[in-house]
Design a protein around this ligand. Structure first.
Ligand code: ADP
Length: 375
């Protein structure tokens, strides 16, 4: 089992566990794959430990998302008071908005162990059976990218989530045997950038479901100030706001930009990070005043110039930009939609007048009104 306790020793990051007893044989067949997953897991842990210090550890340190935090913290307190396990919870929203972070906080507030895995890592039913059979009462099983679970694996989760048991077959032909394995009550937390890709039966099994939205500049300035304190970066209020304004509403980006600004300030000997230092550093990084990076601008330019503002299909755009379609849909589009630079219509994506304006092009004059091309 690949595991790595954090400072308070309660978290384990597990890609796939090596199960005991009945399921041992099944998992044995997966030895090679598990080794590969273990390597991937180690890489992820290294990544995690790099950013771990910046992760808020308690609800009160988690900036923004007030409605979500209020609701989930009440559910956590109620479950603790009753001595019950927390209902299964689903978090959805664009990457970097704090889905993993809030899941870790939930496990910590419950005094539970968090077992961290992801949809693509649970490739075969044996992976999930092994993982589930090793859970202890009250454990929190966190599945990142839950929309990428295979259908076969997903089906095992249905009874596991609802009745805390799994049924599976061992052997073949005349030796085939059905085993009904009772599980310890646990909480499943799913995280996804694509709630729409979850099957209805899986979605319905989550008692709690939350959407995380982009953060305001004020909130991100708080994130920047907090992270700067931890990283011992000398920054004033104007510097924190400048980084926040250019963070595309996303705390992960705030932390990344803060590190780039720190590098710049150190090399230029700028001392305190002010708005001027931050904007100079981020211009070099290719991050513009609204936080759009090179890929965002390339997307906007392609849609507005090559496709005259659309409508254009996402596949055509991905092919023209030579970028993965999913990256465009998950990373680029949500923020451009949020700030009103593009709209999605049944015919495809279109640039709005604000979108044209941002890249210095005149709005198209022949688009149908109400679809965002012409106003
Ligand atoms: P997701 O799982 O949604 O992709 P993460 O939970 O990994 O996002 O968050 C990315 C980073 O952003 C974390 O390392 C954390 O430092 C920071 N972060 C996310 N949400 C918050 C928040 N609400 N307050 C402060 N920092 C946050």
């Amino acid at each position: 089992m690949a595991s790595g306790p954090d400072e308070d020793g309660r978290e384990r990051i597990v890609q796939a566990s090596i199960p005991a007893n009945d399921v041992e044989k099944i998992a044995g067949e997966q030895a090679l794959e598990q080794r590969a997953m273990k390597l991937a897991d180690q890489a992820k842990q290294a990544d995690e430990s790099f950013s771990k210090d910046l992760r808020p550890r308690r609800f009160q340190d988690y900036v923004g998302q007030r409605a979500v935090v209020d609701s989930i913290s009440i559910a956590v307190m109620a479950a603790k008071k009753r001595g019950d396990v927390l209902d299964h919870a689903l978090f959805h929203g664009p990457p970097g908005l704090g889905k993993t972070t809030i899941s870790q906080i939930i496990a910590r507030e419950l005094d539970s162990q968090l077992i961290h895995t992801s949809g693509p890592a649970l490739e075969r039913p044996a992976d999930v059976v092994g993982l589930l059979s090793n859970l202890k009462r009250g454990d929190v099983l966190f599945i990142d990218e839950i929309h990428r679970l295979s259908h076969a694996v997903e089906e095992y989760l249905y009874s596991a989530m609802e009745d805390f048991r799994v049924d599976f077959m061992t052997g073949a032909g005349a030796f085939a045997k059905s085993i009904n394995l009772p599980l310890q009550p646990f909480t499943l937390i799913g995280s996804t950038t694509r709630a729409g890709m979850l099957s209805a039966p899986l979605r319905e099994r989550f008692g709690l479901a939350y959407h995380l939205d982009f953060y305001s500049t004020e909130e991100l300035a708080q994130v920047v100030t907090r992270s700067a304190g931890i990283l011992e970066i000398d920054i004033d209020e104007t510097g924190a706001h400048e980084i926040a304004r250019r963070s595309r509403g996303t705390p992960r980006i705030s932390n990344r930009l803060l590190r780039r600004v720190r590098d710049f300030a150190e090399v230029r000997n700028s001392g305190t990070v002010t708005d001027k230092v931050a904007s100079d550093a981020l211009e070099i990084e290719g991050v513009d005043k609204l936080g759009l990076d090179r890929l965002d601008r390339l997307y906007l330019l392609t849609l507005s110039k090559n496709y005259q503002g659309g409508p254009a299909g996402i596949q055509a755009l991905a092919a023209t930009i030579n970028e993965d379609q999913q990256t465009l849909e998950d990373v680029v589009e949500p923020f451009l939609l949020k700030i009103g630079f593009i709209v999605r219509t049944p015919q495809g994506r279109r640039t709005t007048p604000d979108g044209f304006g941002h890249i210095g092009l005149p709005p198209r004059l022949d688009g149908p009104a109400g679809q965002g091309t012409l106003l």
